[in-house]
Design a protein around this ligand. Structure first.
Ligand code: NAD
Length: 259
C-alpha cells in the first residue's frame, strides 16, 4: 500500500454520507490526518471514530462563513496545516422544469454546490496553503455540469460554474505551488443516486430497476461508478502523482461524456 499522504492534512466536507466517508478511509489508510466536516455532528463523529486518532469531526454548514472559518481553524489548531481540501459537500436541490424554477431553489443549490467551494478554498489558502506554498484543492462537479440535465437547471448551472471556478483558482494559485482540479462523476452508486432513482421511479410509475437500466443503457461501460472508483481519482489529483496537473475537470463516468 502506498502512503501518498503521510504527514499531510486533509479536510473533507460533506464527510458523513456517500463518497465522503469512503475518501476519508482511503486517505487515512495512506497516512493522512483528517478533518471531517458535515452538518450532522453525530454522523460525522461516527465516521471519525471509525477511522481513529488521526481524524477529528467538525460540525459545519459549508455555506456559512463562520462555520467554514471554524472548520479550517479546527484543522489549524489540531494539526497546524492544511494540505488537501476536498470540496465534496453538495445538495441535489428540488427537481423542477425551468418554467417552475424558483429563486430559492436555484440559489440554495448554488450556495452549496459552487459558492461553498469558493469559501472553503479561500479559507485554506489564507490560513495555510499560500504561506506554506503547497496544497491541492479538489472540487466535485457532475456530468450534469457539462451537458445540463432535465429538471436540474439549479444543479447543472452550479456544477458547471464549479468547473470554471476550478480553472480560475488554478490560474491564480499555481505560482504558489498550489493545484486545483475537479472530479466530474457521472452516476455513482450512493444513497444520493438511489434516492434520485426512487423519486423518478415513483413519478413515472416505473420500477427502480427500470430507471437504473435507462441510466446505464447509454454508458459505453454499462455500469455505475462505485464510490471507490471516484475516490481513487480524487486521491490521485490530491497527491504528488498529479504534480503537473491543474485546472482540469476529469470525468469518471463509465464513458458518458467524452471531451
Ligand atoms: P451525498 O449526498 O451522499 O453527500 C453529500 C454530503 O454533503 C451529504 O452528507 C450532505 O449532507 C452534505 N451537505 C449538503 N449540504 C451541506 C452543507 N450546507 N454543509 C455541509 N455539508 C452539506 O452525495 P455523494 O453521492 O456522496 O456525492 C459526493 C459528490 O459527488 C457531490 O459533490 C455530488 O454532487 C457529486 N456527484 C454525485 C453523483 C452521484 O451519483 N451520487 C453524481 C455526480 C456528482
Amino acid at each position: 500500500m502506498s502512503r501518498r499522504f503521510e504527514g499531510r492534512v486533509a479536510i473533507i466536507t460533506g464527510a458523513s454520507t456517500g463518497l465522503g466517508p469512503v475518501m476519508a478511509a482511503m486517505l487515512a489508510a495512506e497516512g493522512a490526518r483528517l478533518v471531517l466536516a458535515a452538518r450532522r455532528r453525530e454522523l460525522v463523529e461516527a465516521v471519525a471514530q471509525a477511522i481513529g486518532g488521526d481524524a477529528i469531526a467538525v460540525r459545519a454548514d459549508v455555506t456559512d462563513e463562520g462555520d467554514v472559518a471554524a472548520m479550517v481553524g479546527a484543522a489549524m489548531d489540531r494539526w497546524g496545516q492544511v494540505d488537501v481540501m476536498m470540496n465534496n459537500a453538495a445538495v441535489p436541490g428540488v427537481d423542477k422544469f425551468i418554467w417552475e424554477q424558483t429563486v430559492d431553489n436555484f440559489l440554495d443549490t448554488y450556495k452549496v454546490d459552487c459558492m461553498a467551494a469558493m469559501l472553503c478554498t479561500r479559507e485554506v489558502l489564507n490560513r495555510s496553503m499560500l504561506a506554506r506554498r503547497t496544497g491541492a484543492i479538489v472540487n466535485f462537479s457532475s456530468s450534469a455540469g457539462w451537458d445540463g440535465m432535465v429538471r436540474k437547471s439549479h444543479y447543472s448551472a452550479a456544477k458547471g460554474a464549479l468547473r470554471i471556478l476550478t480553472k480560475t483558482v488554478a490560474r491564480e494559485v499555481g505560482e504558489y505551488g498550489i493545484r486545483c482540479n475537479c472530479v466530474v462523476p457521472g452516476a455513482i452508486a450512493t444513497d444520493l443516486m438511489v434516492n434520485y432513482m426512487k423519486r423518478v421511479a415513483g413519478e413515472q410509475g416505473r420500477s427502480v430497476e427500470e430507471v437504473e437500466a435507462a441510466i446505464v443503457a447509454p454508458l459505453p461501460l454499462k455500469t455505475f461508478s462505485s464510490p471507490e472508483d471516484v475516490a481513487r481519482l480524487a486521491l490521485f489529483l490530491a497527491s504528488d502523482e498529479a504534480r503537473t496537473i491543474t485546472g482540469q475537470s476529469i470525468n469518471v463516468d463509465a464513458g458518458l461524456v467524452m471531451a
